[in-house]
Structure formats: structure tokens, C-alpha cells
Write a protein that binds this ligand. Structure first.
Ligand code: AMP
Length: 397
């Protein structure tokens, strides 16, 4: 990797500004329901503390739309972080994020001490990559470390902007994301299989196109499979269909053939009359979807075929559920695929964040996966072959 990492900077006695991804899910009472994102930040935080730095941490949480909003305060995060680090975290509950008091506290910070700023999205300038805000943030520290992979696909003041004003490096989490995903794309163990699901073809076009240049096999499931089936001439009943993407699906099928990529579409599908769990459902071959029925999952024959492809793969990249996995009657396809990936011990397995990560966690197999990305949107853009501006802005080696 050409970006500076923690090993390339000397942090002894320095104040380091660290962009973390503490955008944790909260319940209605404002309690953290999953602290995975906080624990994922610990390796970088601990490394910097052990190497003699004082830390000023920052993150966004939710979408307060550029205004202070107590529902999105990072106070809960400071409390959880304090428990995990077993040390006091100085929480700067400042609506402006940076003011004279915050500056003074930052200047008095001693090696080993940790400060957390308030939600950076309380300021409108954050998502606009405002120069003044970036300057205010960087004035607090000597060095900057970006460890928020989840926002790396955005150029915001707290990730890209601050790189203009401070020497910078990526943290251990981003380094790992780039090593594993970059390695899989640049120099994969073959065969490389990409499994793509989710609701819409339109969201995944660029990923499919980019992976077409890299993968040996592409498996397609989820809501978007019906547009491909329609492109092959099948009737898809009331299944999710993007009429305006049928031509594109045809082109992608042709391109796969040209490039010698094996593109696997489902052979059978679970159908129902209504989009709900408690409804009559049954499995049909894809050429027999009845009028008035919608496909909500892949069928048994498809599961068997996909298993064979997964078993023979040495690298597996998965993004997007194969069916409506939120409803138990239509979760079998997604859960089976998650299990097959976890069971293949010969493969490097990578799961883009979001729904696929949730599915593998729900069935308790997350620890069997080589790498679960902490950034849904960021990992998708990485798989599209795009440059991530939050990482691009960091100093080169
Ligand atoms: P995405 O955010 O694009 O990855 O899409 C995830 C969503 O796709 C999930 O909420 C799934 O319920 C949905 N999905 C998967 N398969 C289908 C399907 N056959 N019909 C409708 N929605 C689906």
C-alpha cells in the first residue's frame, strides 16, 4: 500500500487527531445495540496510546443534518469506550465541536490521555468538506490518523479535509480493509467467486462491471436476479423488476460470455402472492413463475448449485442478501450461502458490510469469515474499483 500507516509515523509525545467510525446503531432509548464499530477501533487507539501519544478522537453518529441534536450525542460512545479502554475518556460536549475550552483542554492533554469530540455532523461544514472546520479540527493536534473505513467513500472535513493541514496516516483498521480487499482484487487466489444480491441491479451495476474484469464466477441472487431472468426471456410475475435495466442486464450477460466469466443465475425461486412472511409460499423453476406471484428467495436446486461453486472457490466476495432475509420464510437462501462461505476453509472470504454481515452474524458464523468489512458503502465503492477520497487524501509513503 502506498499510504502512510502507523508504522511510518512517530507519535511519541504527540497529540494525534483520530477519525474513528463510531456510527453505532442505537435503540429508541438511545442505548448502543451493537458496539462492533467501537471495538474495531481499539487496535489503533491502543497502539497509539502504547506508543506515547495523547488522543483526540472524532466521529459522526447518525444524521443530525448539520445541527446539534442530543439524540445523536456521542456521550453514549464515550461511556462505552471508557469501559472498553478501562480509562477515563474526556468527553467534550460542545455543540460547535471546537471552541476555546476544547482548544485549551486539547493543549493540556498528556500522553496516554483520551479525549472525544462531539458529533462532527453537528456542523454543516462537515459533509461539505468545509475548509474552516477542517482547520479548526487540525489546530488541536500534531498528527492525523484516519481509521474510519465506513466513511472513506466520502470527502468530509473530518476525514479528507484535515489531511491538508496535518501530517497523516491510515490506522490499523483501514490498513486491514485495504490489505484484505485490495489483495483479493489485485492478486486473488483462484477461482475467485463474487456473490451479489440485494434489491436492485441499478445499485450493483458498477460492481458487476468491475468484477467482470477480475472474477472467475459471478453468482447473482436477491431482488436483482429477476431483471436478469426477464432479460433471458422468462416471466417474473410481480417480482421486483427494473424495466429500464433489462437491456443492461442483457449486455452484462453478453459481456460475461465475452470475458469468459461464468455468471450463475438461480434455477428455481421461492414465490409468494404477497410481500409478507405469513403468506402461502412455494418453490418453482424460474421458467414457471406464476402470474401474480413474486420471487422472494432462491430455491433448493439453486442453493445446491451455488454451494458447489462456493466449495470450489479459493476467494469469495459476498455483497447483498440472496432473498428477503428479514422474513424467516425467505431467509433460507441467504443463511445457506452464509454457512457455505463460512464452511469453506480453503478460501479467503470477504463480506461487504451491511445486510450480508448482519446475516452472517445472526447465524453466529462471523468468526469463520476471513474479513467482514466495517463499511457497507465504502466496501461497495472499493469493489467498484473507485478511489476512496477519505483514503486518497492521506499522505503517501
Ligand atoms: P441492498 O441494500 O441493495 O443490498 O438490498 C438489500 C435488500 O434487498 C434487503 O432488504 C432484502 O430484503 C432485499 N431483497 C432481497 N431479495 C429480494 C427479493 N427477491 N425481492 C425483494 N427484495 C429483496
Amino acid at each position: 500500500m502506498n499510504k502512510k500507516t502507523l508504522k511510518d509515523i512517530d507519535v511519541q509525545g504527540k497529540t494525534v487527531l483520530v477519525r474513528c467510525d463510531f456510527n453505532v446503531p442505537l435503540d429508541k432509548e438511545g442505548n448502543i445495540t451493537d458496539d462492533n464499530r467501537i471495538t474495531s477501533s481499539l487496535p489503533t487507539i491502543n497502539y497509539l496510546l502504547e506508543n506515547g501519544a495523547s488522543l483526540i478522537l472524532m466521529s459522526h453518529l447518525g444524521r443530525p443534518n448539520g445541527e446539534p441534536n442530543p439524540n445523536y450525542s456521542l456521550k453514549v460512545v464515550s461511556e462505552r469506550l471508557s469501559e472498553l479502554l478501562n480509562k477515563n475518556v474526556i468527553f467534550e460536549d460542545c455543540d460547535k465541536i471546537v471552541d476555546e475550552k476544547v482548544k485549551e483542554d486539547a493543549a493540556n492533554l498528556k500522553a496516554g490521555e483520551v479525549m472525544l469530540l462531539q458529533n462532527t455532523r453537528y456542523r454543516k461544514e462537515e459533509t461539505k468538506n468545509g475548509e474552516e472546520f477542517a482547520k479548526e479540527l487540525s489546530s488541536l493536534a500534531d498528527l492525523y490518523v484516519n481509521d474510519a473505513f465506513g466513511t472513506a467513500h466520502r470527502a468530509h472535513a473530518s476525514n479528507a479535509g484535515v489531511c491538508k493541514y496535518l501530517p497523516s496516516a491510515v490506522g490499523l483498521l483501514i490498513e486491514k480493509e485495504l490489505d484484505v480487499m485490495g489483495g483479493a482484487l489485485e492478486n486473488p487466489k483462484r477461482p475467485l467467486t463474487a456473490i451479489l444480491g440485494g434489491a436492485k441491479v441499478s445499485d450493483k451495476i458498477s460492481v458487476i462491471e468491475n468484477l467482470m474484469n477480475i472474477a472467475d464466477n459471478i453468482i447473482i441472487g436477491g431482488g436483482m436476479m429477476y431483471t436478469f431472468l426477464k432479460a433471458q426471456g422468462y416471466n417474473v410475475g410481480t417480482s421486483l423488476l427494473e424495466e429500464d435495466k433489462i437491456e443492461l442486464a442483457k449486455n452484462l450477460l453478453l459481456k460475461a460470455e465475452e470475458k469468459n466469466v461464468k455468471l450463475f443465475l438461480p434455477k428455481d425461486t421461492v414465490v409468494a402472492k404477497e410481500f409478507k412472511n405469513d403468506t402461502e409460499f412455494f418453490t418453482v423453476d424460474v421458467d414457471k413463475i406464476p402470474e401474480g406471484y413474486m420471487g422472494l428467495d432462491i430455491g433448493e436446486k439453486t442453493i445446491v448449485k451455488f454451494k458447489q461453486v462456493i466449495d470450489e472457490s479459493k476467494t469469495i466476495i459476498w455483497n447483498g442478501p440472496l432473498g428477503v432475509f428479514e422474513m424467516s420464510n425467505f431467509a433460507k437462501g441467504t443463511n445457506s450461502i452464509a454457512r457455505f462461505i463460512a464452511e469453506n476453509k480453503n478460501a479467503v472470504s470477504i463480506i461487504g458490510g451491511g445486510d450480508s454481515a448482519a446475516a452472517v452474524e445472526k447465524i453466529g458464523l462471523a468468526s469463520e469469515i476471513t474479513h467482514i468489512s466495517t463499511g457497507g458503502g465504502a466496501s461497495l465503492e472499493f469493489l467498484e474499483g473507485k478511489i476512496l477520497p477519505g483514503i486518497d487524501a492521506v499522505d503517501n509513503k
